[in-house]
Design a protein around this ligand. Sequence first.
Ligand code: AN7
Length: 378
Amino acid sequence: MKAQHYTGLIDRYRSVLPLAPDCKVISLCEGDTPLIQCHNIQQLNEKNIKLYLKFEGLNPTGSFKDRGMTVAVTQAVSEGSQAIICASTGNTSASAAAYAARAGIKAFVLIPDGKIAMGKLAQAMMHGAIILQIRGNFDDGMRLVKEVASEAPVNIVNSINPYRLQGQKTASYEIVESLGRAPDFHCIPVGNAGNISAHWTGYSELAASSGKNVTEACGFCNGDCQFVSEPQIALRPKMLGYQAAGAAPFIKGSMIDKPDTVATAIRIGHPQSWDFAHAAVRESGGWFNSFTDDEILATQKLLASTEGVFCEPASATSVTGALHDVKVGNIPEGSSVVCTLTGHGLKDPDIAIKQSTAEMITIDAELESVKRAILDSI
Ligand code: AN7
């Protein structure tokens, strides 16, 4: 039998990525994340909705950022760069730090003072990034990064770097390969708006090869796909972009100066991919919506306690939106839906423990006490 060792998304999707053939690939075997179908949420079962969780929290640094970072850092290194820089609400800094370590170059990360989740800070520190905590928010950091990159020898690895979006588009390829077609709806949390734009790019590239099946179109799946000769638009999902109510410029219709939400990953008021995200939603026939912190946290808990999937608060925004739109009928009965879970729940243990109502019983270290605790709880 031929061994099949997965070596990361650049090796797998090389033919659709704009990298030089001889570049040295900087990879941590990112991508190839599971698409987990929900089984236990009653509301979905009653309406015959197939809802799949694309669990991007299972990437090497625990978020979807790794998909973009492998391509951006590979390109930076091939251009001879010795240092990368980003502003971050946490996950980009963790990913940049890890890939810079792997590449043997420096990472500078600008993070909002006191507003990033502990797990993410721990990652940036362990991977040896130079951490600049700014007295300001993500949007201030983003502005500074853009300014300094024109005056110092550093490559920006925020999603304004087009190589980031190229890497992130591969999630759409994986979804189409797994399902044999695009879902009817794709739900995704929106912060800086890079990921929704990247996904739309991926789906659009596949749709542009309409009339072929996925195997012919991109050559990555095993040939079982039913991705044949449907009208082009049917090959792309409606893109649904969901935000936290306190950080929802796409709902307001203009930028926000003081965004605030418990979902610190998406605490962003000046999204960089503003036009691109609007185009994705408009062209796909989708929409934006926003949800309160309480609703987002309730969904995070629901997924963890009923499906066994622990994502971070920002990620739960996608499922919050999906459940809402199923309930009000915007997503019709019988639809297939993919929700991106952008980051792992372990990134932000503080929020998880704070909202948990799990019972903790302290007992003596002896058999009778354990037995009594079990019998009392069954
Ligand atoms: C878990 O790390 O912007 O709309 O600096 O970490 O592509 O910005 C994080 C964004 C959703 C939003 N979910 O994605 C950063 C950063 C999680 C995230 C988003 C982020 P975009």
